[in-house]
Ligand binder design. Structure first.
Ligand code: TRP
Length: 333
């Protein structure tokens, strides 16, 4: 039998997903889960959500909401283990502690991701924040995952993960893989505002998967445009982004149509935006329906993560037992 490659993906516990998450992440996760070469573990990193200020009243609901949205996008609990990191807090944080003994404070302080967070939250530079990459290494290596689908911004954390794997293997003869980041075939989804990417942290830049037609229309109305005419079709900014969305939701031909108009008689953006809003709304319909179904049975979602955590725990416990033994700690006392 062919050995499957194990994939671990951690999702940020951001609450509702937006269109960018769907096209940029969820579709790729579904494709991996359907691929017989891979064994998929999908985890909401809610403990990582505690490394910067968070609301205890919301953290659990937000995590569940992420799970619900991903299920609506097509994650299948029969094929993937889907769970919350906090369900295995005892094992993940335990491994993170062992790992923290092979990596220095200075190494963590110099990471660009850490420096960025220090700038954002100068009064909340906690031990948890400093430890963020070590916990992420534990998330991945506890399952001995070899493939991690993450964005470029996570590369420094992947390097730390590989470094920890190497050090553990050299000092304690463990057999951790050096996991590779993995780019799924998905697209860069631009912001509605004409600059940068679609992001939850930029108000007005995104469309939620559950937005109604009116809301989508209003959001698209904010996208900056021009006179609708020119010698060359813009390759960046609001108009370029609108054309990207036209291509994604209405097809290549429609885009070509608009491009022709741009250099000819001119685009009427009110028409473009109305058509586009309808196309996006329609495309998201199956996801909305599925989400509605899931919302009607919240106990199903908790069942999914319970079963996912049971599967995850089998592997995680095995790794912990091994590491304790190799590091000289006595088990079973
Ligand atoms: N740090 C990741 C992010 O911000 C989330 C994450 C936590 C993660 N643990 C992980 C991603 C393990 C991949 C594997 O996107």
């Amino acid at each position: 039998m062919k050995i499957k490659k194990r994939v671990l993906q951690g999702m940020r516990p951001t609450g509702r997903l937006h269109l960018g998450n769907y096209l940029g992440t969820a579709k790729g996760m579904v494709a991996l889960q359907e691929d017989p070469d891979y064994e998929t573990y999908y985890m909401v990193a809610d403990l990582h959500g505690m490394t910067t200020p968070f609301d205890p009243k919301k953290i659990y609901q937000d995590a569940l909401s992420v799970v619900t949205d991903y299920l609506a996008c097509g994650l299948d609990p029969e094929k993937s283990a889907i769970f919350l990191q906090s369900q295995l807090a005892d094992l993940h944080t335990q491994l993170a502690f062992y790992f923290s003994s092979v990596i220095t404070v200075a190494r963590m302080q110099h990471l660009p991701t850490f420096k960025e967070k220090v700038k954002q939250h100068p009064d909340n530079i906690t031990m948890a924040l400093l430890n963020y990459p070590v916990l992420m290494a534990a998330d991945i290596l506890i399952y001995k995952a070899s493939m991690v689908p993450v964005g470029l911004d996570q590369e420094p954390h992947m390097e730390v993960t590989r470094e920890i794997a190497r050090k553990m293997n050299a000092e304690y003869e463990t057999d951790f893989p050096e996991p590779q980041s993995f780019k799924t075939k998905t697209r860069y989804i631009p912001s509605l505002l004409g600059e940068g990417k679609m992001s939850k942290s930029v108000e007005g830049s995104y469309i939620n998967l559950t937005d109604d037609l009116e809301t989508i229309r209003k959001k698209l109305a904010q996208t900056p445009t021009d006179s609708g005419k020119g010698e060359t079709v813009p390759t960046s900014g609001g108009v370029a982004n609108l054309l990207t969305f036209v291509e994604l939701f209405q097809g290549q031909e429609k885009r070509a149509d608009y491009e022709k108009k741009y250099t000819g008689s001119g685009i009427r953006y009110s028409e473009l935006k109305t058509g586009l809003a309808e196309a996006i709304y329609k495309d998201l319909e199956p996801i909305r329906e599925k989400r509605k179904e899931l919302e009607a049975k919240p106990e199903y979602v908790t069942q999914v993560i319970k079963a996912g955590a049971v599967r995850a725990r089998i592997l995680a416990q095995k790794t912990i037992d091994e590491v304790k033994e190799k590091m000289g700690l006595k088990g079973g006392l």
